[in-house]
Each structure stands twice: as C-alpha cells, then as structure tokens.
Design a protein around this ligand. Structure first.
Ligand code: NAD
Length: 333
C-alpha cells in the first residue's frame, strides 16, 4: 500500500507517520508539508526509513498533487492551519489551506486518479458548542470561529464531491488531542512550558470551557482503523470521553510540576469561544472495534515528561508570540 500523508511535519501528522511505520512497516509513505506554523522539521529528522519519503510542498499546488496522487492508494489529509486564535487574527491562510487545499486534493483525485481513497482529518469543532449531550456524525454543523468554519466548509465540499463524482472518501472528526510534539501555542504545551519558565498561566474567561481530551497515539490508532476498514462515504467521530474544564486541566498540570495554583491568571476571553465540545464516538467503537488504550492521567503525565526531557525541541519555538497569554487580542479592531 502507498499513501500520501499531508501535513506530516505537524503534531498529529508526525505522530501518525511514526505510528504507521511502527505498526505497518510495509506501507510506503510520502509526506507533503508546506512547513508553515505548526510544523517542525525536527519532528521526523530522526526517521531514516526506506519506505518514507518527504516532499516540501503545498496542498493548494495542483501541479504537485497531479504528480504525487496517481502514485498512491490513499491520501490522508492532516494539512491545515490549526490554531483558532490565529484564525481570529487573520483567517485568509485558514481559508486557503483548509478549504482550497481540500478542494485541490479532491479535484486532482477526480481528474487523475479516481481509485485513490481520500481520508479527511476533521474536528469536533465543526459541531460548535454542545451545552449538553454529544454530537453524532449526522448532526448539523454550527462552527463559531474561522478555523472551525473552514473545516466545516471543507466537509461540505467533500460531501458534494462524494455525491457528484462518486469518489472514495471518508472523514474522521476528533476531539482535542495532546501528546509529544504539539506546537507551544496550544493549551497543554503552553501551560507546561510557561510553568517550567515560572510564568503566569493564562486562563480564558472563567476557565469553565470544557474539552474532551484524547492522547494522540489513540487518535492515530483510530485513523489507521478507518483507513484500513472504514466504509466509503462514511464519517467517524473519535473521542476518549475525558471531558475536563480548562481550569481543572491546568490545575492538574501545575500539580504534576509541583507549581502553585497562584500562577493561574484569568485573562479576557477569546471571542466566539465555544463553551463545551463533546462527541458521541459509539459508531467507530461498534463498527470498527476501536477504543482508546491510554489512561488520561498517565498519558498527561508522560506528555509533561516529554516536554521536560525535550527542551531542545521547543526552546526556539517558545517565543513571546507563541506563548502570548491572549494571542487573538492584538488583532482586535
Ligand atoms: N490538534 C488537535 O487537537 C486536533 C483535533 C481534531 C482535528 N485536528 C485536525 O488534525 C489535523 C492536524 O492537526 P495538528 O494539530 O497536527 O496541526 P499542526 O498545526 O500541528 O500541523 C499542521 C501541519 O500542516 C501543514 N500545513 C498547513 N497548511 C498546509 C498546506 N497548505 N500545504 C501543506 N501543508 C500544510 C503545516 O506545515 C503543519 O506541519 C488538522 O487538520 C486539524 O484540523 C486537530
């Protein structure tokens, strides 16, 4: 099997490539990444494997896609602008990568390689805030910020290509991931790194916003199951049922690092900040036999250890801008 992974120098993409090489060493992988914010070449520099090839490139570049896609059986699209706060400051890169990029992949498959399977990595954020209950695959989208709107738009374009051109497409939607190699701008690494540096830990609003956390390795396992056994035209929600408010999560990290709760600093909330995300993942559990293997507290503690042991990975990335307490704020008119 030959696969094209896009965005494989980012957090989940790099973990997915390492997961595949370890568990399915026979699969040949081409990784295309534009090396924009979120990527880190160090994520895979240690990877020397005859079945892995890296190409620097953009998923909006149809010429490049036309060369690569006919060579592979499947495309798995992780490539995206992924930070909500940055989408509030400047949504254009999000619309380009997350919508035009997906369109470019779909159209290349339609015109050049109809047998190639396409797996889109989407997000729970497309459903918007769920004050109670959990979103099912068929629920209506209610995105609240330019990032989630761009991911929801991509899904609608995918649905149109599925119905109009009869392509082989699947979608996964996952809740918040955590684990090694996540960019310092995201909540968990930012909290760990600021805490290591004895800096105040910013909490948006009341800190009561709830997210459902999944260890990245469990997400990679779920994606692999969908890739190998998922059904054409279907979407699969992926969640670990670890619902936690931001304030409880931050307190757990501080406790783990022996830091006082006095470091917590409540800051002005982000506009359009969804209160609660929750997915019903019974479909993937029943149909594909997936369930998370990792326990939340243990994997959180391992993630903290990873950041403690890999300062050289984040030292140059942990700039003032990346660790800003309110990165969206400076862009407000
Ligand atoms: N991180 C999460 O908690 C989470 C949860 C659910 C879904 N997702 C989805 O998973 C995917 C990966 O997320 P992540 O957290 O690893 O993001 P990330 O920002 O760490 O990595 C994204 C990668 O995509 C690359 N990229 C961006 N635009 C590109 C383009 N136009 N062409 C080629 N490469 C491009 C970047 O260089 C980067 O390496 C995204 O599609 C995201 O929407 C993430």
């Amino acid at each position: 099997m030959n696969i094209l992974v896009t965005g494989g120098l980012g957090f989940i993409g790099s973990n997915f490539i390492l997961h595949l090489i370890q568990n399915h060493p026979d699969i040949k992988i081409i990784n295309v990444d534009a090396e924009v914010l979120g990527s880190n070449k160090k994520n895979l520099t240690h990877l020397k494997n005859k079945n892995y090839k890296y190409v620097k490139g953009n998923i909006t570049n149809k010429k490049l896609l036309k060369k690569l896609i006919p060579r592979v059986d499947s495309v798995i699209n992780f490539a995206a602008e992924s930070h909500v706060d940055r989408s509030i400051s400047n949504s254009e890169p999000f619309l380009k990568s997350n919508i035009l990029g997906v369109y470019s992949i779909l159209d290349t498959i339609r015109k050049n390689s109809k047998k190639t399977k396409f797996l889109q990595i989407s997000t729970d954020e497309v459903f918007g805030s769920k004050s109670k209950g959990s979103a099912k695959e068929e629920d209506i989208f209610h995105p609240s910020n330019p990032y989630s709107a761009s991911k929801a738009s991509a899904e609608l374009i995918i649905e149109s290509y599925l119905k109009t051109y009869d392509l082989d497409i699947m979608i996964t939607r996952c809740t918040n991931n955590f684990g090694p190699r996540q960019f310092p701008e995201k909540l968990i690494p930012k909290t760990i790194i600021r805490s290591i540096k004895n800096l105040k830990i910013p909490i948006y609003g009341t800190g009561k916003n709830i997210r459902d956390w999944l260890y990245v390795e469990d997400h990679c396992d779920a994606i692999t199951k969908v890739l190998l056994n998922g059904k054409n035209g279907e979407s699969y929600n992926i969640s670990g049922n670890n619902l936690l408010s931001n304030i409880k999560l931050v307190k757990k990290i501080l406790k783990n690092l022996d830091q006082p709760e006095e470091l917590i600093d409540y800051v002005i909330d982000r506009p359009g900040h969804d209160l609660r995300y929750s997915l019903d993942s019974s479909k993937i559990r029943h149909k594909l036999g997936w369930k998370p293997k990792q326990k939340f507290d243990k994997s959180l503690s391992e993630t903290i250890d990873w950041y403690l042991k890999n300062k050289s990975w984040w030292k140059d990335l942990a700039t003032k801008q990346m660790l800003s307490p309110t990165p969206w704020k400076k862009y407000r008119k």
